[in-house]
Design a protein around this ligand. Structure first.
Ligand SMILES: *Cc1c(COP(=O)(O)O)cnc(C)c1O
Length: 395
């Protein structure tokens, strides 16, 4: 048995997306900038993909720029808004402490370049408070960037309210919607979104492709100079096959969204119920205002890495907030942002289930996590100290 429960890291491509990509690579291989029919065919396919992607978020095709993924879209959106702000002498940006690193590291660079960054508190429940955001807006604020849904703890932010506040104050609003596109309803008009980042591989499309939505009238800054592709804003021969596959995957995700949401939320809640009985454990993030597929727990007295590797042995692909595996010993900045202390944050487990998950698979995950947590605690010196009273339980 293998259960893939790491859909926040990436998703398996859908059959239709693979078929679309293959057939495009085989027959529709022209360069969209070429004038002969084969090139113009590719150009038409690309523009069809743009229209479909735009329709999925209620934007216009001319507001969609294809990118290499979510990270590039985040960089370009934030750099563009900062550039516009600087021209007007506005060099203050508001964000949150638990953004994706594509956002946080870009903001750090801007800080080095003279911008002032305010990071909003996301509280214990992992939610931004709209009133606190409004209070943080200043005369010189040029951008608010708040993610739609968090990639680690799944919490869904009050985006529409945030957008309305930004609109009322004349401040640009960018949202990293990589975890939300294809999973939650998004309407850039109703939600008052000026800039939005998305990535195909988070909704069963191909890796290395994504898009940036920029409301009409917002002048983008180039990250890549060269040819006139993407209306001069992103040079380089377009990845037509990937753009088409992304459009197909997004169309499917939007068509099945309500049904997927219902099923996955029920499975998520079953998983949460099954894991929260583990002593000295805690769910991370608001239990309801979260992505339909996201479950994230801290278990005191163990290391998330060990848990993750033992679950892998039992056929379960999961993820841990602490990042020893990626070469650093720092616990997740997201878990620290919601107030988890280092020791507790180290014992975290993220399970992000897919659309096709069954009740039987959920129960298999529950049984195995319970067993592995118990085993790891039985050999943990940290746990021994907690049980003997030598150190204090936090959870
Ligand atoms: C995955 C992810 C990204 C990065 O997207 P890539 O396409 O992998 O560059 C950015 N933000 C969030 C919230 C993500 O989950």
């Amino acid at each position: 048995m293998r259960i893939y429960a790491d859909n926040a890291a990436t998703t398996k491509m859908s059959r239709a997306a693979i078929d679309t990509m293959l057939s495009c690579m085989e027959g529709n291989y022209g360069n969209p900038s070429s004038l002969y029919v084969l090139g113009q065919q590719a150009k038409e396919s690309l523009e069809r993909a743009r229209e479909e992607v735009a329709a999925a978020i209620n934007a216009q095709a001319a507001e969609i720029y294809f990118t290499s993924g979510g990270s590039e879209a985040d960089n370009q959106a934030i750099r563009s808004a900062a550039g516009l702000g600087k021209k007007q002498g506005k060099m203050h940006i508001i964000s949150t402490a638990f953004e994706h690193h594509a956002v946080l590291h870009t903001l750090k660079k801007l800080e080095d370049e003279g911008f002032e960054i305010t990071l909003l508190d996301v509280h214990e429940d992992g939610l931004v408070r709209a009133a606190e955001l409004e209070a943080a807006i200043r005369e010189d604020t040029c951008l608010v960037t708040v993610m739609f849904a968090n990639n680690e703890i799944g919490t869904v932010q009050p985006v529409r309210e945030i957008g309305a506040i930004c609109r009322a104050h004349g401040v640009l609003f960018h949202t990293d919607a990589v975890q939300a596109v294809g999973h939650l309803p998004i309407d850039v008009q109703a939600d008052n979104i000026d800039l939005l980042s998305a990535s195909a591989h988070k909704f069963h499309g191909p890796k290395g492709t994504g898009f940036l939505y920029a409301r009409k009238g917002i002048r983008l800054l180039n990250l890549i100079e060269g040819g006139a592709q993407e209306r001069g804003k992103r040079a380089g021969t377009e990845n037509v096959a990937a753009a088409l596959a992304m459009a197909v995957a997004l169309r499917e995700a939007v068509a099945d969204m309500a049904e997927n949401d219902r099923h996955m939320s029920a499975m998520r809640d079953r998983l949460i119920e099954g894991l929260k009985v583990i002593p000295h454990s805690a769910l991370n993030g608001d239990p309801k205002k979260r992505l339909p597929g996201n479950v994230n727990f801290c278990f005191e007295g163990i290391e998330g890495e060990s848990l993750l590797l033992m679950l892998d042995d039992r056929g379960i692909c999961a993820s841990s907030g602490s990042a020893c595996t990626s070469g650093s010993l720092d616990p997740s900045h997201v878990l620290l942002a919601i107030g988890r202390v280092h020791d507790v944050a180290h014992g975290s487990l993220r399970l992000t289930i897919g659309e096709g998950i069954t009740e039987k698979e959920i129960d298999y995950i529950i049984d195995n996590v319970r067993e592995v947590v118990e085993y790891l605690r039985s050999i943990s010196p940290v746990w021994r100290d907690l049980v003997s009273g030598k150190s204090q339980f936090i959870l």
